[in-house]
Design a protein around this ligand. Structure first.
Ligand code: TYM
Length: 344
C-alpha cells in the first residue's frame, strides 16, 4: 500500500515536471469570433489539464490601434469572462491581465534595443494594420511584436498555441531570443508555435479569400456570442461556388472547404465522413446543418458567459490571483535578463 502511494506520488510529481510551459493571449478588442476560438482558445481548454499554462488578456496589445478608452475595461472583463465560459479553469492554469504585470513593458524595452527596425517593418500584420489605419501608424503598432516576444519569453514558454496569422510574430520571438542569448548569455527559452492542423486560419464567410477577422463584424465573421438567428442568416448567405459537390478543395472551393472545416471542428467528425454524410445534398442543406451545429455548440458557452457576468468580483479576484502568480515568474526572468545585460 505504502509503495503504491509512493509510486502514485512519483507519477504525479513526474508528470508535472514533464509538462510543457505554455503561454498565449488574445487582445480585448470586442467579441471574439469562431476563428479566434478554433485557432487558439479551444486548444487552450484542451491542453490545460496536462500542461503548465499561462493565459493572458493582452490589453496593452489592444491599444496599438484606435480604441475607446471608455470601453476598454468592459472589453477586458468580457474577454476574461469569455475565457472561463469557454472552459478555462483558473485552478488549472494562470490567468491574468497583461497590464497588471509591469515586467512585460520592461522586458519589451530591453528586447527592443536588440531588434533591427527593418524586421518590425517587414511584419505582415504591421503592413496590413498600417494600411487600415493610415492616419494613425504609431510606434506602438510597429513595436507590437516586441511586446508579444516579451509576453512569451518572460514565462520561459516552450510552446505557444496560436492561429497561423501569428506564426510570423512567433518566428520573430524565436529570433529575438536566440540573438539575445548569443549576445548576453543564455537567458531565454526558445518557444515553438502550436498551430492547429485543422482551422489554423478560418476564412471570412463573405469572402473566403480573406481570413475571418474581428474588424469584419458584418456578414463575414461569427462572434462566439452571435445570436442564433444571425448565425443562420450569415451561414445561409455564406459565399460558396457555382459547383454542387460538398467536397473539400482548399484551392478551388475555398468557401465550402471553410464550412467543412468549421463543421468538422465542432462535430469532431472527419471531413471525409462529412462529405459522405452530405453526398447528393445541396449547399443549402449543408449550410443549414452547419448553422444548426454552430448554434448548438456555442449555446453552452453563451449561457456560461451570462452566469459568470453576474459575478464580476469572482472574475476580478481570479485575475488578481493570477497576476500575483505570473509576477513571481516574470520577476525572476527579469532579474536574469537585467544582470545579463549589465543592468542592476
Ligand atoms: P488576436 O487577438 O488577434 O487573436 C487571438 C488568436 O486567434 C487567432 N486567430 C485565428 N485563428 C484562426 N482563424 C482566424 N481567422 C483567426 N484570427 C485570429 C490568432 O492567431 C490568435 O492566436 N498578437 C496576438 C495576441 C498576443 C499573443 C501574445 C498571442 C499578444 N501576445 C503572446 C500569443 C502569445 C493577437 O493579435 O491575437
Amino acid at each position: 500500500m505504502e509503495n503504491c502511494i509512493l509510486i502514485c506520488y512519483y507519477l504525479v510529481i513526474n508528470t508535472k515536471l514533464e509538462s510543457m510551459k505554455i503561454f498565449s493571449g488574445i487582445r480585448p478588442t470586442g467579441d471574439i469570433h469562431i476563428g479566434n476560438y478554433i485557432g487558439s482558445l479551444k486548444r487552450w481548454v484542451e491542453i490545460q489539464d496536462e500542461e503548465d499554462c499561462i493565459f493572458c488578456v493582452v490589453d496593452w496589445h489592444a491599444i496599438t490601434t484606435p480604441y475607446e478608452a471608455k470601453t476598454l475595461q468592459k472589453n477586458i472583463f468580457d474577454l476574461a469572462t469569455t475565457y472561463l465560459a469557454a472552459g478555462i479553469d483558473p485552478n488549472k492554469c494562470t490567468y491574468f491581465v497583461q497590464s497588471q504585470v509591469k515586467e512585460h513593458a520592461e522586458l519589451a524595452w530591453l528586447l527592443g534595443t536588440t531588434i533591427p527596425v527593418g524586421e518590425l517593418q517587414r511584419m505582415t500584420q504591421f503592413k496590413d494594420k498600417s494600411l487600415k489605419h493610415k492616419d494613425n501608424i504609431t510606434a506602438g503598432l510597429l513595436n507590437y511584436p516586441i511586446l508579444m516576444a516579451a509576453d512569451i519569453l518572460l514565462y520561459n514558454a516552450e510552446a505557444v498555441p496560436i492561429g497561423k496569422d501569428q506564426k510570423q510574430h512567433l518566428e520573430l520571438t524565436r529570433d529575438t531570443a536566440e540573438r539575445f542569448n548569443s549576445k548576453y548569455g543564455n537567458t531565454f527559452v526558445i518557444p515553438e508555435p502550436i498551430i492547429p492542423e485543422q482551422g489554423a486560419t478560418i476564412m471570412s464567410l463573405s469572402d473566403p479569400e480573406k481570413k475571418m477577422s474581428k474588424s469584419d463584424n458584418g456578414k463575414g465573421s461569427i462572434s462566439l456570442f452571435e445570436d442564433p438567428d444571425s448565425i443562420m442568416t450569415k451561414l445561409m448567405s455564406a459565399t460558396t461556388d457555382s459547383d454542387k459537390d460538398i467536397r473539400f478543395d482548399a484551392e478551388n472551393k475555398k468557401g465550402i472547404s471553410n464550412l467543412l472545416t468549421i463543421y468538422s471542428v465542432f462535430s469532431k467528425k472527419s471531413v471525409k465522413d462529412i462529405e459522405n454524410e452530405f453526398s447528393g445534398k445541396g449547399y443549402g442543406d449543408f449550410k443549414k446543418a452547419t448553422a444548426e451545429l454552430l448554434i448548438e455548440s456555442l449555446r453552452p458557452i453563451r449561457e456560461k458567459k451570462k452566469e459568470y457576468e453576474k459575478n464580476p468580483d469572482y472574475i476580478w479576484s481570479e485575475l488578481e490571483k493570477g497576476a500575483n502568480k505570473a509576477r513571481k515568474i516574470a520577476e525572476e526572468t527579469m532579474k536574469k535578463a537585467r544582470v545579463n545585460m549589465g543592468l542592476k
